[in-house]
Structure formats: C-alpha cells, structure tokens
Write a protein that binds this ligand. Sequence first.
Ligand SMILES: O=C(O)CCC(=O)C(=O)O
Ligand SMILES: [Fe+2]
Length: 358
Amino acid sequence: MALSSVEAIALMSKSVEEMSIKGEEPPLEFIVKDSTFGSIESSLSLVSIPIINISLFSSPSSSHLDPKQVEDELDKLRSALSSAGCFQAIGHGISSSLLDKVREVTKQFFALPMEEKQKYARAVNEGEGYGHDVVVSEKQILDWSYRLALNVFPEDQRRLELWPRNPTHFGEIFHEYGTRIKSVMELLYKAMAKSLKLEEDSFSKQFGERAMMQTRFNYYPPCSRPDQVLGLKPHTDKSGITVLLQDGEVEGLQVFIEDRWVRIPSIPDALLVNLGDQMQIMSNGIFKSPVHRVVTNSEKMRVSVATLSEPEPEREIGPVDCLIDEKRPRLYRNVKNYGAINYECYQQGKIALETVKI
Ligand SMILES: O=C(O)CCC(=O)C(=O)O
Ligand SMILES: [Fe+2]
C-alpha cells in the first residue's frame, strides 16, 4: 500500500544531498541487499555495446549512400536491439555544443540551493517536477538520486511553471534539445521497422499524432558507500524508446546482458538508445527492453538526461501483425496506457511485461 505523503517524507527526513555533502553513511533504506541481478560489486562483463551511425537511416542523405552500407547498418541495428536492447548512436546531427549546453544547464540547476530547486517540486502523485523517487512501500530500497521530470511533447502538455527559470537559458536550450531528440526518435522508429522488413510507419503509427515525450534530468550526488548503494535500482524503461545523454565525464550506467552487468562507457558525442517495454511489445518480443541500473561514485557527482517516448496513453498498442506467425506466435495482448500498468507493477514489485504476456 502506498504510504501517505507524511510517512514518505518522514522516511526521507535527511536529504541525499545533505548526507552526500557531509559524507555520511547511507541509512539502511538505501542499502541494496540480495538482488536477483547479483551484488553491486559482481564482476562486469567485457562485452561492449555497438556504435551505430544513424545518419545512414535518414532519407535525404541515404539517397546518395551505398545501399549495401545502409543495409549493413540496419542489420547491425536489428541485431543490437534483439540482443543487448541498446546501442550508442552517432551521426544523430545534434551538435556537440548543444549537448554540452544541455549537460551544463543540468549541472547548474542541480547545483542550486535546495530552496531554489524546491520551487519546481513535484506534487504528491504527480509525474512531473523535481524530487526523489516516490516512496511506495517501507520495504523499498531507495535510490541515491534526484530527478527533474518535464513533459516536452505534445507541446500543449508542457507545464512551464515547472521548467527552471534558473539558469536563465534552461528553457530555451531544453526546447531546442527536445525538438532535435523528437526528430531522432522519429528516424529511429522508421529504421527499426525497416530493419525488420516492415512498412516504415509500422511502429510510428502506433505512437499516434500526440505521442508523448518526457525528459528526466537525473542527478547522482557522490556516495560514501558505492559498494552498497545504487543511484538507480535495476529496472526496464516503460517507454517505446529512451534516448539518454550521459554525463561527459562520469560513468555509472550498467546494462544486464547475458546474466552479467555491462558497463556503458560515456562517449561525449554519442546518445545511448535504450529500447523500452512498449517497443518490446510492438516488436512481438523480437527487440528487448534491457534491465539497467546506475552505480554511485564516492568522489564525483554524475548527471544524465533521459528522454522517453511513449504512445498516446489512450491508444491501444500491440504486436505488429506481420511479426506474428506460426513460428512466432503473439506474445503480448494489446494494451492501453502501459505507463500506468508499469507504475502499478513497480509499486507491487511485479514485472510489468509479464502481466501483458499471453
Ligand atoms: O542515469 C542513467 O545513466 C540512466 C537513467 C535511467 O535509466 C532512467 O532515467 O530511466
Ligand atoms: Fe532507465
């Protein structure tokens, strides 16, 4: 059962930021105990995830490109998404200076005094604004992080009162970044369909005209016990796809591939593309939504900017017809509002994708 806001606040009476600054031992609620995915310090796999040049997928430039090269990159895309479920995208056309500005305003916002950040605080039971993870159970292991969540599209869903006015350029830079990421997402839906020999709008039409895009700015303060505390617990994303801008210097993201944790290096100009649960459903399980987590660092803080795309909540989504046949029967039922299903399951400690399986 969800805790009342008063109980939730009592559990978080000491802020992660305060404990981080004082170098205090994290309290018990943050200590990761036995986990299905191994201990925090379990050895890392040496596998590396692919780097894909997505400029090869854009129509105007691909017309004067070698078709064989495009075909090979599409094969690489299909193979990456059906094994690791993620890849590093280069050739996305977003300038390094814009990426650096996004990282910079993110760091500037989180460096503001707590009272200033609280002006954008998330209200209880709301998905947008600044805060820590919602506490839903006393057994919940807490994450050593804060985040600012903002809706970017549809544009009329923006709650501008929650967009930081400090630093002053935050809104302008974020609008530009969000608009560029939306185009990258649209290019990726088409390329993902083409890589499976489907009509190119097979996925995008399921997202609808009013597909949603939300950005989560994540902030992980230094933690004195990186061996026992996680910045973000193992999870899969509820999205269709997630595009992640990593911190330019500090790593922390790990993806669970073939029973081992794989470290995701931070390549300054690359965007990490992570497949979400809803694309796993639409691809009838061919593409995989990977379990991932964020580890903490005893000396350095880390930021990341994760943008999640989702179909219109009231729209029914399901496996694309052409991906269902005798060899690959339908794995998932059609669903609406998967975001809510995912959230409810998270509260109950259930795996959301399992509940929509046939
Ligand atoms: O901080 C990261 O690298 C990952 C963030 C993430 O997984 C999320 O926001 O869902
Ligand atoms: Fe995630």
